[in-house]
Structures are given as C-alpha cells and as structure tokens.
Ligand binder design. Structure first.
Ligand SMILES: Nc1ncnc2c1ncn2[C@@H]1O[C@H](COP(=O)(O)OP(=O)(O)OP(=O)(O)O)[C@@H](O)[C@H]1O
Length: 655
C-alpha cells in the first residue's frame, strides 16, 4: 500500500469529512477529467499522424448499479499508465496545492471556500464514496492498471484483470465509486438513479463537448398482435436505450439570447473552477474571413494567486472542436489578465505553436476585438451598475493601474477612465472625470496624495490644507498609484459639445499633481504675497534652521496653505515624493533607492513660528526646535525618523 503525499492527505481528509452542501459536484469533476482526457487524445491524434482515432466515437459513459451501490464514469480518453496513476492520483495535481496547505490552516472547517477556490478535482469523489477504483489503460498500452483507495490508508496499484474495463475500448479510464451508506443527513441514494444522474449532468455538465451517454430504461407499447380481439388492451414493455444526456453544443457557439444566465454561470464555475458566479458574461461572434465565437467572463472575485508570478493569464483556444491551448496568453493584454473564457475559431491553424503566435495576424485581430469588448463592458458597468464596478475595481483595479505604469503611460487613453480613486472630499470612490467635473473654480490640476492608508493620508497637513482651500484630493494607497501618475502626467478631458442650456468645453489635458509637492502652492493670492514677504523677512532665520538640520532638508520656507493646527510639514521638491521614497526603500534590493528632496515648510500662523523667531540668536535652541519640528512632521506623514533616540532626547530637553 502506498501513502498519499502530505498535501493530498489534507485534501482527502477534508473531502471525507466534508459538510459541503454541494457534494453533487463530484460528478462534474469526474466528467471534466474524462472530457479533458478525450481532448488530450484528440489533440495528439491531430498533431501526430501515427495516432488514428475516430474522433466522433469518443464518449463518456455513465452507469450505476443499485445493488452494488456503484457509479461508473468511463471515458475513451488518453488513459493513464501505471506511473501516471501513481503520479496523478497520489498527489494533488492542482497548481494551488502549495497555497492550499497554507490557506487550509486559516480556513479550518470552512471547507466551502477551499472546495470552491481550488476545484478539488478527482478527490471530490471521496465526498460521496468510501472506496474508489480507477481502471485505466493508456493509449497504445497493452495492459490496463487499477488504482484503488479508501482515501484514508493509502492506495494500491495493480494490473487490472482481463476485460475489467467496461466497453470494448483499448484506451481510456473507468472511475468506479463505491458510494457511502445513505443517511438522512447525507442522501447518497439519490445518485443511484437514472433521473438523479441525468439531473446532475444537465445541471453541471450540459455543455461538455463530448457525448455523455447512459443506458436508460424506457417503456414502449408492444405491437398489437394480428389476432387481437376487440377487447385488446395495449401492452407495454421496458427496453434499454443508450441516451445522450448532455446538449453537447458548446455554449459559446450559442447566441446569448438563447442561453439563460444561470447556464452561463454553471458553465463558468465548472470550467474555471470558481465558486462564485461571474460578475459579467460577454458573448460575441464574428463571421467572414475570420470567423470565431468568443465567450468571456469577468470573475467576481480575484483568484488567490492573481498577483503572484505563478498566475497565468489567457483564454482557452479551440479550433474545430479541439482544445489547442488551454491558456493562450496572446489573446489578452496583461491588464485584463483576470478575464477567463474561450475563443473558438475554425480559421485558426491547428499547428499553432508558441513561437508563431506573436506573428499570427488572426490571433492579433481576435485579441484586439477581445480587448475592445472587455473595455466597453467595463465602461457599461461603470455607468450603469456602479456597485458592481466598484467591486470589480477593488479586485482588479491594481492590474489596470499597472497597465498604464508598464506602458509608460501610453495605455492611459484606454484605461484612465476605468480607474477609481478615493475622494477625500466626497468620502467615496470617484473617476478622474468625476473629479475634473466637480473641480473648484480656478482649479487647474488634479490633486492626489499618496501614503500607507486612507486615514493617514487624510490626516496629512497637505491634504487638510488642500481641503480647507476647497480642493478635493484623490487618496492613493497602492504602491503603483504614484508611479503610474508620474507616467501619465495629465488626464485628458474630451471636448464637450455645448447646447442652449450648457456651455461646451474644449478638449484639454489636466495636470496631475501631488498635493504634498513643495513647489505646489494652493494658497490664495493674498496668502502667497504674505508668504513671500515672510520668506524674505526671515531669510537668515530659515538659513540657520536649514544649517542646523545638516543635509536633511534642501530648503526651509513658509507654507501659506497649512491649516492653523499644523506648525510645520515636510514636503518633497523633486520628482520623488516622500511616499515614493518609502515604497522604493521597502523593496528588496533597493538599498540606495533615490531619495526625496525634503523641504521643511513652516506655518507662520502657528504660535510656534513666533517661538522660532524669538530663538533666532540662540543657535542651540534653534537647532532643538528645528529637529523636533522636522521629526514630528515626518511622524505625521507616517514616515520613519532618522534617530528616534535623539528625538526622545530632544523632547525631554524641551520639557
Ligand atoms: N479520466 C481521466 N483520464 C486520464 N487522466 C485523468 C483522468 N482523471 C484524472 N486524470 C489525471 O489526473 C490528474 C489529477 O486530476 P484532478 O482532477 O485531481 O486534477 P486536475 O483535473 O488536473 O485539476 P483541476 O480539477 O483543478 O482542473 C489530471 O490532471 C489528469 O492528468
């Protein structure tokens, strides 16, 4: 007896003790595996002339035995060798298996989430069965092997008995489930019936492209005997017939008007192993020189590994009913990597390989259309269903921002209008257009501020000052935000045609500006004049403070726009903001990351300013004041101070 690998054991444990209400998905999982196995064989046969199979005859067969309490899922797929049985069914094959181990620790008892997130595959059989036997014969092999397990102790693999596999096929797999006893709480009997299995196939596997057949018992009227008298009563007899249970037409070939949303949802969940319904479904068809059917989904939640390097984007690419690539990356731009779906085109060449994809004009044309469709769907959601759009953005917005950032801003024209930011004034998410539309009179820039959290950013003097002057500020808390803004530089506003009631406006580019930029002055004209006067008047004082701060700041000056409670703030003068500096330094391998040019801005309306003036001729006191003001301004910004011990000493001395 062989032992399962550790991570498989955990998953099996979960399956055996599952309280998951959707236990019936086991059949969907086994049918999907069977369908994949047939796909693999079809693909091999199309690319390898030595393999000859009759595509149309490849099927999945269901059967059950009420007395033995077994269900068998049998396929004519590629089958598994002895080694493959060991490798594939002894370990979890899922890409998420590593994460599974970690997540599992957090989600103890919450099996719904795990089952939903990872698409538990083969092992889900153990939710309903206490023994599973897999008899498989790999394509081209002379011998079938049988894998068997109770899911607890381990598993055995042995040569299968002659003729053990059902049907006459020389390749394929039978999965035989020995169902658990039926109880009130856990009714497994319902699976041991024609209607029970037919129901499950319709519900979960209707659009599987290969026939799923089952022998069913039907009733028919016996022919009327020639010598039947007048009192003849029709007689009936049962007979057996092979029935195809699924509709088989791929769902993506159907017009969206002919498919119910719940069918799309089921298809999405079973194909892409998501637990939640998709947020949006997009179906479209092209005809002409390049014809194809496409069915795309925008998930309602981000897969756990979306932002990890293991995540692979792509759409499934089919041609002539054969899956040629499970994840064709070239069909999706990186910023739409969350889109799942299928493209099926008879015009795409079968022997497409990774190298030729780039140069493939057909794929490029499809990719362009896919991108346009997704964009317009997102715009539609933004305008008509804001709640869903905000949910979407929470999950996938970061990717859109990266799209602008990694294209050095060139993708801004496509993506900028899909961005949302937290508005400090409205306390809600706004688009850039909404921001610009409600800008204060005379405001000519979009103001943003960046930091670790909304609360922190909203408390910074720069943001409070801007709000006090009637300017809204976009609060940015993601690492990519400010880097993206730097590449964008400005936001393009389209021209608006006027009418009798509304004034039109010209197209224009509105500059994006960090509100904590030392060169930015949000003050009124009067405040500015006053600041200029004070800067002049206190030139020597400011020079002395700068000197006492060594090379920590490049300048000390008056800020005219600070609110009354803030004695001083630290701003950045160059292209690197304080928050960018913090984020760059937080990255591994960025030891000598560029630093922000710091400027100490003093508030002339605060009583502390008078204290500074009074200490003008006392170098030690001035140094003490300067250091304390500088350090506390950094703390308010959520930034580390150079020397906490020194700061503590300074405060003590002051007391
Ligand atoms: N009927 C089958 N015929 C051939 N191979 C199979 C069959 N069922 C399972 N396998 C093999 O066993 C592996 C493990 O199956 P399992 O359902 O656990 O995971 P998966 O299908 O790879 O992952 P997921 O269910 O997340 O897509 C498959 O990848 C496949 O190689």
């Amino acid at each position: 007896m062989k032992q399962f690998k550790t991570e498989s054991k955990k998953l099996l444990d979960l399956m055996i003790n599952s309280i998951y209400t959707n236990k019936e998905i086991f059949l969907r999982e086994l049918i999907s595996n069977a369908s994949d196995a047939i796909d693999k064989l079809s693909f091999e046969s199309l690319t390898n002339p030595d393999i000859k199979v009759d595509q149309a005859a490849l099927a999945i067969r269901l059967s059950f035995d009420k007395d033995a309490r077994t269900i068998t899922v049998s396929d004519d797929g590629i089958g598994m060798t002895e080694e493959e049985l060991d490798k594939n069914l002894g370990t979890i094959a899922h890409s998420g298996s590593e994460q599974f181990k970690e997540e599992n620790a957090e989600h103890q008892g919450d099996d719904m989430d795990i089952i939903g997130q990872f698409g538990v595959g083969f092992y889900s059989a153990f939710m309903v069965a206490d023994k599973v036997r897999v008899v498989s014969r790999a394509f081209g092999a002379d011998q079938a092997f049988a894998w068997e397990s109770d899911g607890v102790k381990g598993y055995t693999i042995e040569p299968a008995a002659e003729g053990e596999r059902s049907g006459a096929d020389d390749h394929g797999t039978d999965v035989i489930l020995y169902l658990r006893k039926s109880t009130d709480a856990d009714d497994t009997d319902r699976f041991l019936s024609e209607w029970g299995l037919r129901d499950l196939v319709r519900k979960y596997s209707n659009y599987v492209r290969h026939p799923i057949t089952m022998m069913v018992t039907k009733s028919r009227q016996k022919p009327k005997p020639a010598d039947a008298g007048d009192d003849y009563k029709p007689e009936y007899e049962d007979y057996q017939e092979l029935e195809t249970l699924n509709s088989m037409t791929p769902i993506w070939k159907k017009r969206s008007g002919d498919v119910e949303q719940k069918d799309y949802d089921e298809f999405y969940k079973s194909t892409f192993h998501d637990f939640a319904d998709p947020l949006r479904t997009i179906s479209f068809h092209a005809e002409g020189t390049l014809s194809y059917d496409a069915l795309l989904f925008i998930p309602s939640q981000a897969p756990f590994d979306l932002y990890s390097k293991d995540y692979e984007k792509g759409l499934a690419l089919y041609t002539s009913n054969v899956l040629i690539q499970e994840k064709c990356a070239d069909l999706l731009p990186d910023y739409y990597n969350f889109v799942r779906g299928i493209v099926d085109s008879p015009d795409v060449k079968l022997n497409i390989s990774r190298e030729t994809l780039q140069q493939n004009a057909q794929l490029r044309a499809i990719a362009r259309r896919v991108e346009k469709k997704v964009t317009s769907e997102l715009e539609d959601m933004r305008d008509k269903d804001r709640e869903s759009f905000e949910k979407f953005f929470e999950n996938f917005g970061r990717g859109l921002k990266f799209g602008i950032y990694s294209s050095y801003g060139s993708k801004a024209s496509e993506l900028a209008d899909l961005l949302l930011f937290w508005s400090a004034k409205n306390q809600s998410m706004v688009t850039l257009k909404e921001y610009v539309d409600s800008m204060a009179d005379g405001q000519d820039k979009v103001y943003y501020a960046s930091g670790e959290s909304r609360e922190l950013v909203e408390q910074t003097p720069a943001v409070k000052g801007a709000l006090a002057h009637g300017y809204d500020v976009l609060v940015c808390t993601e690492d990519v935000d400010e880097f993206m803004f730097q590449f964008m530089r400005s936001y393009h506003v389209d021209a608006v045609a006027g009418d009798s009631e509304h004034k039109g406006s010209e197209a224009r580019d509105v500059e994006l500006a960090n509100v904590a930029d030392a060169n930015l002055d949000l003050a009124t004209e009067d405040e500015k004049k006053e600041a200029e006067r004070l800067n002049d008047e206190n030139k020597d004082l400011f020079a002395a403070i700068k000197e006492s701060l060594d090379d920590k700041v490049t300048d000390v000056k008056v800020s005219a726009s600070l609110d009354a409670d803030t004695p001083a703030t630290v701003s950045a003068a160059g292209p690197v903001s304080l928050d960018m500096e913090r984020r760059l330094q937080g990255q591994p391998g960025m030891g000598d990351a560029p630093k922000a040019e710091r400027v100490l801005m003093l508030n002339p309306k605060h009583p502390v300013f008078g204290k500074l003036q009074a200490a003008k001729d006392d170098a030690d006191r001035l140094k003490l004041y300067g250091h304390i003001l500088y350090d506390q301004a950094l703390l308010v910004e959520g930034l580390p101070i150079d020397d906490p011990v020194e700061f503590a000493k300074d405060v003590t001395q002051l007391m």
